[in-house]
Design a protein around this ligand. Structure first.
Ligand code: PRE
Length: 397
């Protein structure tokens, strides 16, 4: 009977909880700030168990090499032996290799990656840059990309997180916390915005332009120069499609050259963004974390909140500099549902401060002792701490 892999995946989906490891993150927060290396080994064990199942799936009823008795029946003793030991050495489970654990598996064949928008969106470009052979799956909202992964409809989701001109995509930081997916990779994409319009339209005719708010913000100066009114759309490719189907000559879109080709629009101006070097950083999210290594440069993303007290943020950040770990990004977000912290100073009455969550990216792998020690140290000041993912740094543009 063919066995299915599903139980193993369940195991690897929560590699820590099934061993009863306390989750030091939030109750929903998943990840695992468990600094013991055995946690990662546990995940490897699950993956190897999954592979061990495959030979059974392939087994044929009349496997060559199974001897029959002189009566023609399957020799019971022989059969017992053959079920205890595999008949074909090639069918034995193979040890995991570096490629199995690689965060870049075979360019993504058979992989489905969810992105927000419709074909031609920059997020789709990012998915294809990460996994050139993947199947991209459009979603109407960012939240839907998370759900698609959680419901096993796709393998991964791609999420824009910051842009060199427009800054952070704040809502997506909140989504990272609300869901329990793991960051397994980052992708930096050069984003060259184009002004698109119906075929034959001249630039002076365009009075309104549609695009994703982030894309419009990245073209702020040029659009002001041109005196064009901005209109928000769900994504840049969606904007191009709307212009194409509207038939309106005074309506333009800010989108990629690929979107222009897909929806049959003319490019009136290329590189319309305020900064020539316009780069968006995307995160790739998956149900399972990758096993971090030290074979290349890694980045780790965390989120934490802090105990009250003077200088606690300075102390929290010092845990990294003390160990020579560089911080590449810090972002603070108000704590939803608990925005204010009341500080009671009996002499002067009580004061109220905003309560924050801090998102930090630091340049070290969770496989390094210094990173593990830094997080152990950070726990002394943190009320809450969660590792969002440890993944290879993208240096290619
Ligand atoms: O509208 C798109 O095409 C997107 O993929 C969204 C998005 C974003 O949200 O930042 C992605 C990259 C660019 O920075 C502009 C827009």
């Amino acid at each position: 009977m063919a066995l299915k892999c599903a139980p193993i995946w369940v195991c690897s989906q929560t590699p820590h909880s099934h061993l009863g490891t306390p989750d030091l993150g939030s109750s929903r927060g998943g990840i695992v700030l468990d600094l013991r290396p055995s946690k990662w080994e546990c995940y490897a064990f699950c993956a190897s168990a999954q592979r061990a199942i495959n030979p059974v799936e392939d087994e044929k009823p009349n496997t060559p090499g199974v001897k029959t008795s002189r009566t023609g029946k399957i020799d019971q003793a022989q059969d017992n032996v053959s079920s205890a030991f595999h008949k074909d050495l090639n069918l034995l489970p193979k040890p995991l290799s570096k490629t199995d654990l690689s965060p870049f598996p075979d360019a993504g064949s058979n992989m489905r990656v969810a992105f927000q928008g419709i074909p031609g969106a920059y997020s789709e470009d990012a998915a294809l840059k990460a996994y050139p052979n993947c199947e991209t799956v459009p979603c109407d909202q960012f939240e839907a990309t998370f759900k698609a992964v959680e419901l096993w409809l796709v393998d991964k989701a791609v999420l824009p997180i910051e842009n060199s001109v427009g800054g952070s995509v704040h809502r997506n930081y909140d989504l990272l916390l609300r869901h329990r997916l793991h960051i397994v990779r980052e992708v930096q994409l050069v984003v060259n915005h184009c002004l698109l319009a119906l075929p034959g339209v001249r630039k002076q005719e365009v009075k309104r332009v549609l695009s994703h708010p982030q894309a419009l913000a990245q073209c702020e100066m040029r659009l002001t120069q041109l005196g064009i009114i901005r209109v928000n759309a769900d994504d840049s490719a969606g904007a191009a499609q709307m212009v194409a189907s509207s038939g309106k000559r005074d309506m333009g879109a800010i989108a990629s050259a690929r979107a222009a080709a897909l929806y049959g629009l003319d490019i009136l101006e290329e590189k319309i963004q305020d900064d020539d070097d316009n780069i968006t950083r995307f995160l790739i999210l998956a149900r399972d974390p990758i096993i971090p290594g030290t074979d290349r440069l890694y980045k780790t993303s965390i989120v934490f909140s802090l105990e009250d007290g003077p200088g606690v943020l300075v102390k929290a950040l010092a845990v990294f500099s003390l160990r020579g770990i560089n911080l590449s990004k810090i972002e603070s977000r108000p704590q939803k549902g608990r925005p204010l912290r009341v500080v009671d100073d009996s002499n002067k009455g009580s004061a109220k401060y905003f309560d924050y969550l801090f998102y930090i990216d630091f340049e070290a792998s969770m496989a390094e002792t210094r990173a593990q020690n830094a997080l152990g140290h950070l726990q002394e000041y943190a009320k809450f701490l969660r590792v969002l993912g440890c993944y290879p740094m993208d240096k290619a543009l």
